[in-house]
Design a protein around this ligand. Structure first.
Ligand code: ATR
Length: 272
């Protein structure tokens, strides 16, 4: 029986077990996907023992996404570039392979809900410079965005991303981040603002052109204040839940076999 799970601390809030349970049932697979609450100081030992306990792999979430890179035997180029991994494959020889599918999930979600969207069409504006933002930046650059604007409350984290990812990045000051929207074709909230229990992201939207694609990595709630305000200005909005679904699909396929369908039933399973 193939076993997989999600390693985090805490991990009880993770929606991934519901999603994988749904897919396992749907494809009639006799496997399990479990939440694995692991303290940072135990991560190395747990990884080693999982490979010896019938696990075929795992997802990795906060706060372990960076630390697993040093513990894996093979790190994909994109995981190295993003400085984090979210998907581990335990090979039969015991070696741990680390990949990052967050950027793939981000782009796939936009393509699913806005099929005519293309990164090449114009500048993107990324709000935030944490781990989630790095995956978004890497995937937008790979998708061919001509210019990538970024603003973060702590400016030096945005400067650091520019230093690592190069010339297409333009850093905006947090105090003037409304200016980023002028001419932007894609706008992304990659901060944790707007999440249940946190203050909303409030961005001056005067410069937002109608038809601009606006998305939010926050998906609790699905319809954030930021998305609602952008939609009222004529933006095309895509919520963040699809990124969670799409980033999970490559792991499921590697561990359990079928490429799982990302559809309304999968969305409903996660929201149940
Ligand atoms: P993640 O890996 O989920 O991106 P993170 O690395 O803690 O988590 O990043 C969270 C992001 O939300 C950061 O861009 C953070 O800004 P700072 O780098 O200045 O901390 C942003 N963020 C969180 N709370 C915020 C707030 N109250 N105002 C503005 N930005 C906030």
């Amino acid at each position: 029986i193939p076993l997989a799970g999600v390693i985090g601390w805490p991990v009880a809030h993770s929606r991934s077990p519901r999603l994988h349970r749904h897919w396992l049932d749907r494809y009639g697979i006799n496997g399990h996907y479990v939440p694995l609450p692991v303290r940072p100081e135990h991560l190395a030992a747990v990884l080693r023992s999982l490979t010896q306990a019938g696990f075929v792999g795992a997802n990795v979430t906060i706060p372990h996404k960076e630390a697993v890179l040093a513990l894996a035997d093979v790190v994909t180029d994109r995981a190295a570039l993003m400085g984090a991994a979210n998907t581990l494959i335990f090979r039969p020889d015991g070696r741990i392979h680390a990949d990052n599918t967050d950027g793939y999930g981000f782009i796939s979600n936009l393509k699913q809900y806005a099929p005519d969207w293309a990164a090449e069409r114009g500048p993107a504006a990324v709000i935030g410079a944490g781990g989630a933002a790095r995956a978004v930046v890497a995937s937008l650059l790979e998708a061919g965005v001509p210019e990538l604007r970024i603003a973060n409350r702590t400016r030096i984290r945005a400067e650091q991303i520019k230093a690592e990812f190069g010339a297409k990045i333009v850093v905006y000051d947090w105090a003037h981040f409304g200016n980023m929207l002028d001419g932007a074709r894609t706008v992304i909230n990659a901060t944790s603002l707007g999440m249940d229990g946190r203050p909303p992201l409030r961005l001056p939207l005067d410069a937002l052109a109608a038809g601009t694609l606006v998305t939010d990595l926050v998906y609790t709630p699905l319809r954030t204040t930021f998305l609602a305000e952008a939609e009222a200005r004529g933006a095309r909005i895509v919520d963040g839940l699809g990124m969670l679904l799409h980033q999970a699909a490559p792991g499921f396929e590697r561990w359990f076999g079928p490429r799982p369908e990302v559809d309304a039933a999968a969305r409903a399973a996660v929201l149940a």
